[in-house]
Design a protein around this ligand. Structure first.
Ligand code: PLP
Length: 351
């Protein structure tokens, strides 16, 4: 039996006719870049996230960059995040001109360890970006408590955490901004690139609106130096249809995770993911830890079971970040996880 790591075709199959009709409406209206379809999805996704504002942008990477720019992050500043993340979190910091400063992750949830956060804060820290890795929110209460004490805004990297919760609050609703990705493989995926920013701040929302559209308030009146990062009409209609099924998809992912938990509980040498207190994990990725990763993955593949590694090299050890001069041993938990993580098949339609 073949078990793919991810199967998008089976996910889209029941929606294909509805999606086709919606895409044709975009063609009919000619509303391709921003416009009414994007506004409609923005309103639907802001309700889903329990926030006042949601702004669609070009990608999750742009969502992070635009949030930092909207907060005024600039060269000379530092932004604190984790090294166990997709590189985009850190790229956004670099493209804003700031220097990334890392905090290791916690052994249990694989998210920012709040006990190590304070040591990473300096007088130049302008933002903190916890990453809700694999679909589980970071320990936001502890992180926000420290951030508020220093007056530093927290930007959530919620690219893997659509619908995740912490003490009943949705991902993207606790920080000053929350950044989402709608890359096709994410829990809510477009038919191409897409991303967006949640916020309860009307000021930040206005700044993002300006920045994502060349810094203009009205056509050809440019207040600030922005970029081109509008959401496509076609992506918006696709996302709005798929959003209606997201709650059910989260439920199915959790069900599969529970099944893995029971079936794999007593396998020696296998560490299963744990959900931290008062959290709803949406299992974008179901990652186990295995000391003999090579052997384990070879075996899975020989049995026709798809698997992947998220992420084999922590960002501080990437060649691209060699200038930071950080060696192996700097962030031992992230490094051990990078050596041992294996992601098992996980998608709503998994049987
Ligand atoms: C996918 C992802 C991003 C980037 O999103 P894109 O839409 O691919 O640009 C950022 N952070 C994390 C944690 C991600 O998983």
């Amino acid at each position: 039996m073949e078990v793919p790591y991810l199967d998008l075709k089976v996910h889209h199959a029941p929606l294909r006719e509805e999606l086709r009709v919606a895409i044709e409406r975009v063609i009919e209206e000619g509303a391709f870049s921003g416009g009414p379809f994007v506004e409609s999805f923005e309103s639907a996704f802001s309700s889903f996230c329990q926030v006042e504002h949601f702004l669609g942008v070009g990608s999750g990477t742009d969502a992070l960059l635009l949030s930092l720019l909207a907060l005024g992050v600039a060269p000379g500043d530092e932004v604190v995040t984790v090294p166990m993340t997709f590189v985009a979190t850190v790229e956004a910091i670099s493209h804003a001109g700031a220097t990334p400063v890392f905090v290791d992750i916690d052994e249990t949830t694989y998210t920012m360890d709040p006990l190590k956060l304070e040591a990473a804060i300096s007088s130049r820290t302008k933002a903190i970006i916890p990453v809700h890795l694999f679909g589980q929110m970071a320990d936001m209460r502890a992180i926000l408590e420290i951030a508020e004490r220093y007056g530093i805004p927290v930007v959530e990297d919620a690219a893997q955490a659509h619908g995740a919760e912490y003490q009943g609050c949705r991902a993207g609703s606790l920080g000053v901004a929350g950044c989402f990705s709608f890359y096709p493989g994410k829990n809510l995926g477009a038919f191409g690139e897409g991303g967006g920013i949640t916020t309860n701040s009307p000021i930040l929302a206005e700044r993002v609106k300006m920045l994502r559209n060349h810094g203009q308030t009205e056509k050809f009146n440019h207040k600030v130096i922005g970029l081109n990062s509008r959401m496509d009409g076609i992506q918006a209609v696709v996302l709005e249809i798929k959003l209606r099924h997201l709650e059910e998809a989260c439920r199915l992912r959790a069900k599969h995770a529970a099944y893995y938990g029971v079936a794999l509980d007593h396998v020696e040498g296998l560490a299963l993911p744990a959900t931290g207190g008062q959290r709803r994990h949406v299992f974008h990725v179901y990652a186990v830890r295995v000391p003999d990763r090579e052997g384990f993955m070879t075996y899975l593949r020989s049995e026709g079971v798809g698997c992947a590694i998220h992420y084999p090299i922590p960002v501080h050890l990437q060649e691209a970040y060699g200038e930071l001069g950080l060696r192996r041993g700097s962030f031992p938990v992230s490094e051990a996880c990078a050596d041992e993580f294996v992601s098992l098949p996980m998608f709503p339609e998994l049987t």
